[in-house]
Design a protein around this ligand. Structure first.
Ligand SMILES: Nc1nc2c(c(=O)[nH]1)N[C@H]1C(S)=C(S)[C@@H](COP(=O)(O)OP(=O)(O)OC[C@H]3O[C@@H](n4cnc5c(N)ncnc54)[C@H](O)[C@@H]3O)O[C@H]1N2
Ligand code: MOO
Ligand SMILES: [Mg+2]
Length: 404
């Protein structure tokens, strides 16, 4: 077992465990939101499939309309109309126009359009008070070209990309199966919300903040409930967990006599590392139970969330072969001081805002037991070992971008 790792070493070891194959399933579009594509998608169509009009107005020949103005209108004969989806069958000749509506193909013979606001209809004629122009014609393939790959294996299906897949003509998509992530809370003192809280008890918040984080990272949470700090009970619950791609435990990984998770994993599995030089989350543990990777998250509510965000989320991104990075560090100006720690990389919780540039303020009490810092913070402020940040200093921040 390795111990006292840097954050970077620990992350590399966690990612090295993300080698399982999730497999692929095919879903109708309406069920594919938030999933990760398992295939490249080339457009099945051109869009628009021919030159079309971006405005409601009249299509005609540009040369017929040069110099048209309110004082010197140009008169054209209207020979028909083309609503979107109903192309005009004929051909536009000299001094002729076709009434066109946004999205309609440009009729043959026409090479320009004039907006309806710059015209007045007079029976079978139309008066143009401005010249027609080609600039409001959208060329064939302006948005999509048939055969071109616009979405790739590993792309997260965001709202825009789901729409794009539909625009390309795909009714069903091959996506990766969602990773199944077991969530087990440990602790004699842990009580489910709704139950009476005994003296010294604490409600099981970790299961629910982790459930949210797992869903947000594309996983399927499998709630395994809570177990007391007794090795045989922890083991019994794990044996009944069913197939998983990752197991998260919370609590029981520090130094206490009742911190039994580590002991169980040492006896029944293999501990890869224990303890990272970071705060919060120092007692983090990585193990294997047979083939199953296990992240033993520290019990403090902030610590379990921060360690999942820093290690579990990248693990799930890797399993789903996601092409986007799990987080994107930025620079911001600290408007409040942030305290570092000796020999540890520190992740404080802050509120990131755009004021005179990017700025970040503390969420207040930074104790690992104060979950409000994660509930109302939107960023982690990263401090290298042995470094405090004064107000006014530039600091690294990782936005907690929970996009789904
Ligand atoms: N002597 C030392 N003590 C501690 C150290 C240390 O290095 N030496 N490390 C501290 C750090 S840092 C952390 S983080 C915690 C980690 O503790 P465990 O992972 O062993 O977790 P527990 O002892 O079971 O619980 C810690 C804390 O969190 C509360 N908790 C636990 N589970 C839940 C839950 N599901 N929902 C809400 N809250 C939960 C629990 O009641 C405790 O207050 O250890 C320090 N100690
Ligand atoms: O690492 Mo503990 O996670 O500071 O509270
Ligand atoms: Mg403990």
């Amino acid at each position: 077992m390795r111990t006292n790792l840097s954050v970077e070493e620990a992350l590399a070891l966690v990612l090295a465990e993300a080698k399982g194959e999730l497999g692929v399933e095919e879903l109708p579009l309406w069920e594919a939101y938030g999933r990760v594509l398992a295939e490249d998608l080339a457009s099945l169509v051109d869009h628009p499939d021919q030159d079309d009009t971006a405005i409601d107005g009249y299509a005609c020949r540009e040369g017929d309309t040069l110099g048209a103005s309110p004082e010197t209108p140009v008169r054209l004969r209207v020979i028909g109309e083309a609503p979107a989806g109903r192309p005009f069958a004929g051909r536009v000749g000299e001094k002729e126009a076709v009434a066109v509506y946004t999205g309609a193909p440009i009729p043959q013979g026409a090479n320009a359009v004039v907006r309806v606001e710059d015209t007045r209809r007079e029976g079978e004629y139309v008066l143009l008070f401005a010249p027609a122009s080609p600039k409001d014609i959208r060329p064939k393939g302006d948005d999509l070209r048939r055969g071109e790959v616009y979405l790739s294996r590993g792309d997260l299906l965001t709202p825009g990309r789901l729409g794009l897949a539909a625009a390309m003509g795909y009714p069903r998509l091959k996506v990766f199966r969602r990773p199944r992530v077991g969530i087990l809370s440990t602790g004699d003192e842990v009580v489910e919300p709704g139950e009476a809280l005994p003296f010294g008890g604490v409600y099981n918040s970790n299961a629910y903040s982790l459930l949210g984080l797992v869903l947000e990272a594309g996983g399927e949470p499998v709630l395994l409930g809570k177990v007391p700090d007794r090795p045989e009970e922890v083991l019994a619950r794990l044996e009944r967990a069913g197939p998983l791609d990752l197991l998260l435990t919370s609590g029981g990984v520090s130094m206490g006599a009742y911190d039994v998770v580590r002991r169980v994993l040492e006896e029944r599995g293999e501990v890869v590392f224990w303890k990272v030089k970071q705060q919060p989350g120092g007692p983090l543990l990585l193990a294997r139970l047979g083939e199953l990777p296990v992240l033993g998250l520290p019990g403090n509510p902030v610590s379990s969330m921060v360690t999942f965000f820093l290690y579990g989320r990248p693990f799930l991104f890797r399993l789903q072969e996601r092409t986007d990075p799990p987080y994107r560090p930025l620079k911001a100006k600290a408007l409040t001081p942030f305290k570092g720690a000796k020999g540890k990389k520190v992740f404080r919780r802050g509120v990131l805002a755009f004021e005179e540039g990017l700025v970040v303020r503390t969420t207040g009490n930074q104790s690992s037991g104060v979950l409000r810092s994660m509930a109302f913070g939107n960023a982690l402020v990263v401090l290298p070992p042995d470094q405090d940040a004064q107000a006014g200093a530039e600091v690294e921040v990782i936005p907690l971008t929970f996009v789904l």
